[in-house]
Design a binder for this molecule. Structure first.
Ligand code: SF4
Length: 269
């Protein structure tokens, strides 16, 4: 009996095919128009549109104006009174609510009021203090490493440059942008957290980002659309909008100030 030859598609492996099918299914779930909903908890891919960069730029300008009206004093919800406190709070805020961080910070700062004190903290002692913020082992390790680096390289002070901040252990652009923009008033980039990624994706402001967690590309997509002077404001305004209106599970499109400029308005269920 002749042997049956099964031809494989060139360059595709089994795992890749399965991943491709899953990706296609996810893409269908968000791109087939009104009435089609994202499954809760899925990571929506970016939907490509034919909108020109000029049209997107004009839409971005209108969105910025609306955000300035709606959130004129938008800033971080993390309580802080120094760059050091903001840096520590921002590290703790990863995968955690700002409210929880604000509950932990007073006692933490009482015990470790500066970089020297935090650098000398014991790992287990620190873990116990920040346990409720989640991922406490890694966060404690990062905080001790950051404090030790601040003492060793910056006289115990938080540096005000992107380059120096990114050299601190565990510090990436999100944290650096937050500290630089919020405390030092330097618009070096856009803070991309879960809210910014989600809202920017729904507003279809992303052109190269693969999904709403693709922080590096999301920041690169957003920066050319908005004037540099507003990058920090935009970050905080989008975070507030994501918390209050464009929430993950039930966006309130009917009462959203951005609905007129949002291609996703009314399509997310
Ligand atoms: S219209 Fe809806 S999807 Fe668009 S930004 Fe507002 S709440 Fe989010």
């Amino acid at each position: 009996m002749p042997k049956r030859v099964v031809k494989k598609a060139p360059g595709r492996k089994r795992g890749t095919e399965a991943a491709g099918a899953r990706q296609a299914a996810r893409t269908r779930s968000v791109s087939d128009g009104p009435g089609v909903r994202h499954a809760a908890g899925t990571r929506p891919p970016v939907r490509r549109t034919r909108e020109s960069q000029t049209a997107r730029q004009q839409r971005a300008a209108r969105i910025l104006a609306l955000l300035r009206e709606r959130y004129p004093h938008a800033t971080t919800a993390l309580h802080h009174s120094s760059a050091f406190e903001l840096l520590v709070a921002t590290v703790l805020s990863a995968q955690c609510t700002d409210e929880r961080v604000n509950m932990v910070m007073p006692e933490l700062m009482r015990r470790y009021p500066d970089a020297a004190a935090l650098a000398a903290a014991g790992q287990e002692e620190l873990e116990a203090m920040i346990k409720s913020t989640g991922f406490f082992r890694n966060k404690a390790k990062s905080l001790r490493g950051i404090a030790q680096a601040l003492c060793a390289r910056h006289g115990g002070q938080v540096p005000d440059s992107m380059e120096a901040l990114l050299e601190l252990p565990g510090v990436a652009r999100k944290t650096a942008n937050c500290v630089l923009g919020t405390w030092f008033g330097k618009n070096e980039g856009i803070v991309v957290d879960t809210h910014v990624g989600r809202v920017a994706l729904r507003l279809r402001l992303l052109t190269t980002a693969r999904n709403d967690k693709d922080a590096v590309r999301i920041e690169q997509d957003l920066m050319p659309l908005f004037p540099r002077d507003f990058w920090t404001f935009l970050s905080h305004a989008l975070i507030w909008h994501g918390r209050l209106v464009c929430t993950a599970r039930k966006p309130k499109c009917a009462g959203c100030a951005l609905a007129g400029d949002c291609p996703s308005a009314g399509t997310l269920g």
